[in-house]
Write a protein that binds this ligand. Structure first.
Ligand SMILES: Cc1cc2nc3c(=O)[nH]c(=O)nc-3n(C[C@H](O)[C@H](O)[C@H](O)COP(=O)(O)OP(=O)(O)OC[C@H]3O[C@@H](n4cnc5c(N)ncnc54)[C@H](O)[C@@H]3O)c2cc1C
Length: 489
């Protein structure tokens, strides 16, 4: 008999969701992470009097999410209350630099979806939309809500930018939508499939965006790992999986720096490329599968800085800022790589203490700032991206510099070392996982069941859809069902 029914490599949101649900189903689960705690890219740490994520992490949708389902399944709703932006003073704030170079501020209550009339007013006031433009936006919205599931499948191959442009929207409204997709998918807008966009924007319009959790975004992951232990499983921390153990053409366990463990199924949350190319290694799987995995494209990075402030500078819990030049499609990303940058950065600010003031000493604010960057842990362009991000932030919030107590930049190299090993040149520091682009989404998304019997993938690279962490938890639910089915319930 194996040591465990299921060994899970990685306690990111995909891994912990699957581990906890399998433990709930009565399976003997081994959950392993190289870090000292659960949460992966969305981990919350405690250091020098502050509790915070390593970068801005806010969830979409805010209500009715897979996070709510997970908390309910584990019975931990009270221990990590999921908080929508309405609890944060200032809610959601968005700033748009118009063609005249003036920053226009959308009122806080006009967060996407929660207030349709407020949103129309904001599109007119901030983006200069006319009644005809609003009608065109309405047409797009009707198409978005009215597309059937079969029609959606056919839209796996169409790029979202092209689709938005087909509604004859003016450039400022294209910016509004393209920036939104950059924040949600962190990928070039021209190649994000319309199917993925429609599925995700529907969730956003129904459930709004900007969810956080009391005690930190990673709190639910910690509780899920605790749940595994409370239900007879093991959570092995500071333990790196070095190899998937294979016998007679089947995954039968894992070799770690803390010993070898056998399991009937091995589920990896470490990313498809690190799992197949490093933990399994070449020579076991069909060459064409290995080559296909090697050629998969990582998403773009989010890079930026953490500010610890001695006063609340940011009034909104979630703030965004951009101009018509800030969002990235392939062309603009290539331009930035050549050193041609937009007039303003695409800014994302998560002021997490606006949601939960207990995360910092009284009166202090934690502001996690991010912008688009390269996923290559060695990319030098990311330093410039951070410099420009801070310059744009200082333009909008000039008082911020007087209140910074600590300033901690982060970049693709930190993302890779905390979470995903860089096993393919140019990859590892991606924000989410595999790029959610045509050829890697919808029906083309990697199958969580790998060609190696007994080995599965969970997390953002396989099995789910949607925005970052939500995609990981969605994958956790779906891959759990597959693994339990294969193990016979
Ligand atoms: C800068 C930044 C900003 C982001 N902002 C948002 C946001 O606002 N909203 C949002 O929803 N998402 C956001 N995301 C994305 C989101 O955090 C991720 O998409 C999601 O958390 C990924 O979950 P996962 O389960 O796929 O994997 P991960 O979180 O990557 O977890 C993988 C886990 O596997 C472990 N691991 C890897 N290899 C091994 C090994 N060999 N042995 C043992 N353990 C191993 C890692 O330590 C890690 O804990 C952001 C990400 C970044 C980097």
């Amino acid at each position: 008999m194996s040591d465990y029914d299921i060994a899970v490599i990685g306690a990111g949101y995909g891994g912990v969701t699957l581990a906890a649900l399998c433990a709930k189903a009565g399976k003997r689960v081994l959950l392993i992470d190289k870090n000292p705690q659960a949460g992966g890219k969305a981990m919350t740490i405690e250091r020098r009097g502050y509790r915070y994520e390593m970068w801005p992490v806010l969830g979409t949708p805010a209500s009715g999410s897979r996070f709510h389902e997970l908390a309910a399944e584990l019975g931990v709703e009270d221990q990590a209350p999921l908080l929508g932006p309405e609890v944060a003073p200032g809610g959601v704030g968005s700033y748009y630099k118009n063609a005249a170079g003036e920053w226009r501020i959308a009122a806080a209550q006009t967060q996407v979806g929660s207030d349709p009339m407020g949103m129309v007013e904001s599109l007119k006031d901030v983006y200069g939309a006319t009644d005809d433009d609003i009608a065109a936006m309405g047409e797009m919205f009707a198409a978005l809500m009215g597309t059937s599931d079969e029609e959606l499948d056919a839209l796996d191959e169409m790029g979202s930018l092209q689709w938005f442009r087909s509604f004859n929207l003016p450039e400022p409204l294209i910016t509004f939508l393209a920036a939104l997709l950059n924040y949600i998918f962190v990928a070039p807008v021209n190649r994000i499939p319309v199917s993925e966009t429609i599925r995700t924007l529907r969730d956003l319009f129904v459930g709004t965006g900007g969810r956080y959790a009391g005690g930190g975004f990673g709190r639910l992951a910690e509780l899920a790992a605790d749940y595994v232990v409370a239900h007879g499983g093991t959570f092995l921390t500071n333990a790196r999986v070095e190899k998937v153990v294979i016998e007679n053409g089947r995954a039968v366990g894992v070799a770690t720096n803390k010993g070898e463990f056998t399991a009937d199924a091995v589920v990896s949350n470490a990313g498809i490329q690190p799992t197949i190319l490093k933990l399994v290694g070449e020579g076991t799987l069909p060459d064409d599968y290995v080559k296909w995995v090697m050629d998969l494209e990582p998403g773009l990075a989010f890079v930026g800085v953490r500010y610890f402030l001695d006063a609340p500078v940011f009034s909104a819990g979630l703030a965004t800022a951009y101009s018509d030049q800030s969002w990235w499609d392939d062309e603009r990303y290539a331009a930035a790589q050549r050193g041609e940058w937009p007039d303003a950065s695409l800014v994302f600010v998560g002021a997490t203490t606006n949601y939960d003031p207990t995360l910092a000493p009284e009166g202090h604010q934690i502001a996690l700032l991010g912008t688009l960057g390269s996923p290559d842990p060695k990319a030098t362009m990311n330093d410039e991206a951070i410099r420009r991000l801070e310059a744009t932030v200082a333009e909008i919030w000039p008082e911020v510099s007087e209140h910074i107590i600590r300033r901690e930049p982060y970049s693709a190299s930190q993302v890779a070392s905390l979470t995903r090993d860089s096993v393919v040149p140019g990859a590892g520091g991606e924000c989410i996982g595999l790029a959610q682009v045509i050829g890697q989404c919808g029906r083309s998304k990697p199958d969580p069941r790998t060609p190696l019997p007994g080995l599965y993938l969970v997390g953002c690279d396989a099995g789910g859809y949607g925005c970052g962490t939500h995609q990981a938890v969605d994958s956790g639910f779906k891959v759990t069902a597959m693994v339990l089915e294969d193990l016979g319930g």
